[in-house]
Design a protein. Sequence first.
Length: 227
Amino acid sequence: MDTNKNIIIIPFRDRETHLKYFLENSLPKIKNTVPNLEIIIVEQTNGKKFNRGLTINIGYHYYNNENYYYITHDVDTNPVNDIALNMYNKELKEKEVYSIYSNEITLGGCFKIKGIDFKRINGFPNDFWGWGCEDRDILNRCQYFNYSIVRGIGAYSKDSTKYFNRLSDNHNRQANDKHNFTYNSWNGLSKEKKYDYISRNGLSTMNYKILKDELIQEGVRKILVDI
């Protein structure tokens, strides 16, 4: 078994133009840079608000290997130079997370984590239906377990476009109701209540069904999931 595999997880729905651009322009560059690479695109069916956290959890669970590296990757985000591409290869210490490209106060966009560490924090929450805050929730989880967060490119830094091209998005994003919990209430919880929340909401409590599983090109798998 290859214990050095790198898995890129792309949460996805209704972004065909962005996916086509990523597969045609970014993926060849990433493949040439990152060894032992596989891509899994986790597509959520229509009918409910998009759930980015749960789709990423499903991508991890598809492989369920503690020794692999996992990179979350938004479909509209594309590395544009060697400095950005080489970030994907960063070796991580135990309990270390590498924010490749993210808002400076979250772990959104693209970040890299070892499978054993993703499992330890129980992944993302499963009940964040709608846009936002799941990236703050997973940062809260990492901080609870005293992970070291290493920052690469800040998504809103003035020079971010030198490293990543983020495609324009005209989607109507429906917000969720988790902002107050993740940014305010969380900080007031006891250590015990934080642990209880994490252990009851994540990888260990998922509910989903794979409707379609296809290899769309070498090293790129796309699964359609009902959640």
